[in-house]
Design a protein around this ligand. Structure first.
Ligand SMILES: [Ca+2]
Ligand SMILES: [Ca+2]
Length: 165
């Protein structure tokens, strides 16, 4: 009985200390097929690939891991800040997210086929500007967590991959 009470008190304290997660989803790390994935608590897991890639290469590399370029994480800066604490290496680096306007200029679409809506958008000031035909999106320009459109064939960004928990 005593140990039950201790467990219960510990449970309550942990709940008070840890940031709230959506529906008690995993704020943790998981090893899948030998790779470590991080969950910031939004129901998805993330892996950061530190190789300079074009957008298409980043898509392929995420697909090899059974994932896609990040879609749900970049929509919520609070979760991205938690992920940055879990994976500090991403803080200062530029990476592709799963968002582009390849099909129709100015109409950005997520990798899951849904259109970008205004309330999700987190553009760096002055972006997107389609400078010389930029159609693919960087999710962390100048460490701001804000987005910038880049030329899809620019081999100079890392990849942030995402998969469901
Ligand atoms: Ca464009
Ligand atoms: Ca741009």
């Amino acid at each position: 009985m005593l140990s039950f009470k201790v467990c219960f008190v510990l449970f309550i304290c942990l709940h008070a200390v840890l940031p709230a997660t959506a529906d008690n989803q995993c704020q943790c790390m998981k090893v899948i097929d030998g790779d470590v994935w991080y969950g910031p608590g939004n129901g998805y897991l993330y892996r950061f690939i530190m190789t300079y890639m074009t957008y298409d290469e980043a898509q392929s590399n995420c697909a090899i891991l059974g994932s896609t370029l990040a879609v749900n994480g970049p929509k919520n800066t609070d979760f991205m800040k938690i992920l940055n604490l879990q994976l500090p290496v991403i803080v200062d680096n530029k990476y592709w997210i799963g968002l582009n306007d390849k099909q129709v200029e100015g109409t950005f679409v997520w990798e899951d086929g849904t259109p970008l809506i205004n309330s999700e958008a987190n553009w760096y000031p002055g972006e997107p500007n389609d400078s010389q035909g930029e159609d693919c999106v960087c999710g962390n320009y100048r460490g701001s967590l804000q987005w910038k459109d880049f030329n899809c064939s620019y081999r100079g960004l890392y990849a942030l991959c995402e998969r469901p928990e």
